[in-house]
Structures are given as structure tokens and as C-alpha cells.
Design a protein around this ligand. Structure first.
Ligand SMILES: NC(=O)c1ccc[n+]([C@@H]2O[C@H](COP(=O)([O-])OP(=O)(O)OC[C@H]3O[C@@H](n4cnc5c(N)ncnc54)[C@H](O)[C@@H]3O)[C@@H](O)[C@H]2O)c1
Length: 257
């Protein structure tokens, strides 16, 4: 799909995956809207990118805030792509294995938090973006837009202690085809990307060196963490290639547990 005259909404647009994808899609001519809560990083990135790139403070826990971000993108140009790549606030309560050593279970507030941050919010962004895209004039092959959600390899192979996160990301994987089927009559595609372990801002607290030492050796080949631009390359391909639809693509250096 040609997005050169369109806009692109990116949740987590100031983040690792979101920022790298914004840089690439802006180079294709699209006006990118960075929807995030990181005001300084978001504004700095929007100025760096130029070409009408806009940062809009958006809380993915709030439906009205998401709707506002979509409206911002639509006001710039027809919304052609929505990339869902946000993190979220820290969870309440204690996480870990479903039943811990003392025999206590992970509670509902903790579990539901992950579903809200990673799954309900993704449906919210996807559905509001699709509503806007459905009003677009179609491009070649009757295409109006594309939605990319970010899953995780944890949605296929959750590790001990990851039940809430794995369940949320498994939901993203399930939604990819379901959304594609629902939105096909409008010429809107839906895909998900399942990243392995990438060095993004999510690892800031651990530190780059420690993160590479810990996670790099777990990757089959190359023996390092992913670079966010390796996610963005795939996102760009999904946007440009109209025949990619209804599935989840892993980008993980062959990592399996
Ligand atoms: N980095 C990895 O190894 C990895 C692997 C698999 C999946 N993922 C997924 O990729 C997505 C993006 O993660 P990332 O690694 O780029 O992290 P990141 O920390 O670099 O970016 C996440 C962005 O989300 C923003 N954010 C936080 N709370 C928000 C809120 N309430 N509303 C809007 N934005 C908010 C942050 O400010 C940040 O800019 C997440 O869904 C994560 O689960 C990451």
C-alpha cells in the first residue's frame, strides 16, 4: 500500500519499536502521529522526523484519549496505517508464577492489568482506527488501510511467571486473523508482529550491557538482542505488501524456549 499521501498512527510512538517504525514510515512520505505518554521523547522525535510528524499525548488505558489520537491523524491526512506498539503503567500487586512458594496465587487485579494494557487497548486502537480507515477512498486493489498489532514470542511460548503477559499476547495473535476477516469487506488488512528479545527503552533500567549479556545468548543466530529497526523493517514490509494479511510473523533470530 502506498502511504505517501496518508497518515500513520503509532501507539508507543516514542518507544523503541514505535520510534524506529515512525522513522521508516515517515521516509515513505506518511505523516506520522506518535501517541505516547513520554512527552519529551515524543516531542523530540517528532521534530527530528519532520514532514508533519506530530506527538500527541495519549494514554492507551483511556478510550477517549485513543479516539483523540486517531482524530489527530485523520486531520493530517487519511489514516492508512495504525501500529500498536505501546507499553503501559506498572502492574498492581505481586506477579510471578501462578502459585508462589508460599502457596499464594497471582490475583485478578494483576492478571487483568496485563489484559487491559496489552490486549483491550490493542482492540480499542484497532477498532477506532478501522472505523476511520473505512471512510477512506480506496487505493489500488481496493485497499483502505492496515493495522499492525505487536504480539510477542511469549504469546506462543510463555515463560514461567508470564501467564498474564502470555495470555494477552496470545490474544493479539488470535485477533490478527479475526480482525482481518471482519475488516476485509472494507479493504483493511490486519497483521501482528511477534518480536523476540529486542533492546528497547523497556530495558533501560537493566542497562544495555547487562541486557545483552543476559538475553543475547538465548537467541539462536545472531547471538544478540534485536535492534528495534529490525522490527521496523518488518512493519514497513507489512505496510507496503498488500498480500500480507491475517497472520502473525515472528522476528526473533530463531529464538525458541
Ligand atoms: N522489547 C522487547 O523485547 C519486546 C518483545 C516482545 C514484545 N514487545 C512488545 O513491544 C511493545 C513495545 O515495547 P518496546 O519494547 O518498544 O518498549 P519501549 O519501552 O521502548 O516503548 C513503549 C512505549 O510505550 C509508552 N507507554 C507507556 N505507557 C503508556 C500509556 N499508558 N499510553 C501510551 N503509551 C505508553 C512508553 O512511554 C514507551 O515510549 C510492547 O507491547 C511489548 O510488550 C517487546
Amino acid at each position: 500500500m502506498d502511504i505517501s499521501n496518508g497518515s500513520v498512527l503509532i501507539t508507543g510512538g516514542a518507544g523503541g519499536f514505535g520510534g524506529a517504525t515512525a522513522r521508516r514510515l515517515a521516509k515513505l512520505g506518511a505523516k506520522v502521529v506518535l501517541a505516547d505518554v513520554a512527552d519529551d521523547r515524543g516531542n523530540a522525535l517528532a521534530s527530528e522526523i519532520g514532514n508533519g510528524a506530530t506527538y500527541v499525548r495519549t494514554d492507551i488505558m483511556d478510550e477517549a484519549s485513543i479516539a483523540q489520537a486517531v482524530e489527530t491523524a485523520v486531520a493530517l491526512a487519511p489514516l492508512r496505517a495504525a501500529i500498536v506498539a505501546h507499553g503501559g503503567p506498572p502492574p498492581p500487586g505481586k506477579g510471578g508464577r501462578t502459585i508462589d512458594r508460599e502457596g499464594n496465587r497471582v490475583g485478578m487485579a494483576h492478571f487483568n492489568h496485563f489484559l487491559s494494557v496489552f490486549l483491550s487497548s490493542a482492540y480499542c486502537v484497532s477498532s477506532i482506527a478501522a472505523e476511520a480507515m473505512a471512510k477512506n477512498e480506496p487505493l489500488a486493489s481496493n485497499q483502505r488501510g492496515v493495522i499492525i498489532n505487536t504480539a510477542s514470542i511469549a504469546g506462543f511460548e510463555g515463560q514461567p511467571g508470564q501467564v498474564p503477559y502470555g495470555a494477552a499476547k496470545g490474544g493479539i495473535i488470535a485477533m490478527a486473523l479475526n480482525l482481518a476477516r471482519d475488516l476485509a469487506p472494507m479493504g483493511i488488512r490486519s497483521m501482528a508482529i511477534a518480536p523476540g528479545t529486542f533492546l528497547t527503552f523497556a530495558y533501560d533500567r537493566m542497562g544495555t550491557e547487562k541486557a545483552q549479556e543476559t538475553f543475547g545468548p538465548l537467541v539462536l543466530n545472531p547471538k544478540r538482542m534485536g535492534d528495534p529497526d529490525e522490527y521496523a523493517m518488518l512493519a514497513q514490509q507489512v505496510v507496503e505488501n498488500d498480500f500480507l494479511n491475517g497472520t502473525t510473523i515472528r522476528v526473533d533470530g530463531g529464538q525458541r524456549f
